[in-house]
Design a protein around this ligand. Structure first.
Ligand code: ATP
Ligand code: MG
Length: 199
């Protein structure tokens, strides 16, 4: 499961858990992005902060791990590189790439999109606010994409950052350890807010 995870929240964790169970996966590998090229318009927390919050959030689940492949690769993160690196590390594994509905509908704009479907099966998780219908899958090989219905959690990292910037709580939207990490490091203080998406 790739993501910016700025911060990781319970929407990510529930989606990962549901997909693990649905496909009986041995492991869900969370892969925080390095420098997210499609989010260049806002200041993203350092990869190290995002990696550590992801470790904290997933530590208690024996099937959840966190990979540094994207954090440690220089330059912008492309999913084709993520999947190529994970395939090299686990040559015998069948890879599934878990995304939310919003990310899935953009997939054909990603670099080397036709190669992506050869490297992994794609799992599109339903997400409140992002409708999915048959047209979402237009242009994708239907045997390589599965839609999984996730209990709806209307949580986004953007909202968590904005709430923190306004001094509002993020308790129960993100794991307790992540609340404490955000506060300890002063992440998402008002100066760092992305004000283009709200107000
Ligand atoms: P931002 O608001 O910064 O874009 P986000 O909440 O969308 O953050 P990302 O790190 O961008 O989080 O998402 C990583 C992946 O998790 C994406 O594929 C996204 O679609 C999916 N995802 C995020 N939140 C949810 C949710 N509440 N339910 C289902 N999928 C989600
Ligand atoms: Mg997002």
């Amino acid at each position: 499961m790739g993501g910016t995870f700025d911060p990781i929240h319970h929407g990510h964790l529930v989606a990962a858990s549901e997909v693990q169970s649905w496909f009986d996966l041995d492991e869900v590998v969370f892969v925080p992005t390095g420098e997210p090229y499609q989010k260049a318009e806002r200041e993203v927390s350092t990869a190290e902060h995002r990696y550590l919050m992801t470790v904290i959030a997933t530590a208690s689940n024996p099937r959840f791990t966190v990979s540094r492949v994207d954090v440690d690769r220089d330059g912008p993160t492309y999913t084709v590189d993520t999947l190529t690196d994970l395939h090299a590390q686990h040559p015998d594994a069948d890879l599934y790439f878990i995304t939310g509905a919003d990310a899935l509908s953009n997939i054909l704009t990603w670099r080397d999109s036709e190669e992506l479907f050869a490297l992994a099966e794609f799992v599109g998780c339903t997400r409140p606010g992002y409708a999915m219908d048959a047209s979402t899958l237009d242009g994708m090989p239907h045997d390589r994409v599965t839609i999984v219905e996730i209990p709806a959690l209307a949580i986004s990292s953007t909202d968590c950052r904005e709430r923190t910037g306004r001094g509002e709580p993020v308790w129960y939207l993100v794991p307790d350890g992540v609340v404490q990490y955000i506060s300890k490091h002063g992440l998402y203080a008002r100066a760092h807010l992305d004000t283009t998406t709200r107000e």
